[in-house]
Design a protein around this ligand. Sequence first.
Ligand SMILES: [Zn+2]
Length: 183
Amino acid sequence: MAGGPSRLDLVAYCATRHPRVAVMVPGSLICGSGWDTIVTRAVDRIAGILGGRHGGQVEIERVDEKYGTLRIDLSVSGLTRRQRRLVDAAVSLAEERSASTCETCGAPGRVRFSGMSYEASCDEHAGRGAGDPEPLEFSRSRRISRHVWVRETVAYDRDADKLVVLKRRRVPNFVDEDETDNG
Ligand SMILES: [Zn+2]
């Protein structure tokens, strides 16, 4: 954790606004307060995906920091495949946004390695000895139809709050070649 602990009461936040989103364990929000709005936005989005005629329930198991970015662990029940996909997308969007958001103050920032661990920080809150910012782009393999896999270079667009595909190539006879750097 780069900065002060979050004082956001996630249990109360969900209980009062989003009854279909439950927090399993009080105290399961373990990150800096700079990410509070990322967490509440993700919860709002997830709640919006639930309900309607399909129902569905999401339980938040843990929200914390790992390798400098936000991790949101959920368990879901009663979701359609489409809802599941949308929930996954909301979670990855929040995790990607954290990589360009200072965990201490919420200002635009970048992930840097500080000799001991990774941290997402603005220039002001970067720890002593923090190195150069990590690249914002990352690669992933994705199935776009039954037999077609693609390898994509993706970047998070902070202003638009969405992922942008920069490069895409088709992977012939996909065999999980890059599993280790799927990130
Ligand atoms: Zn900061």
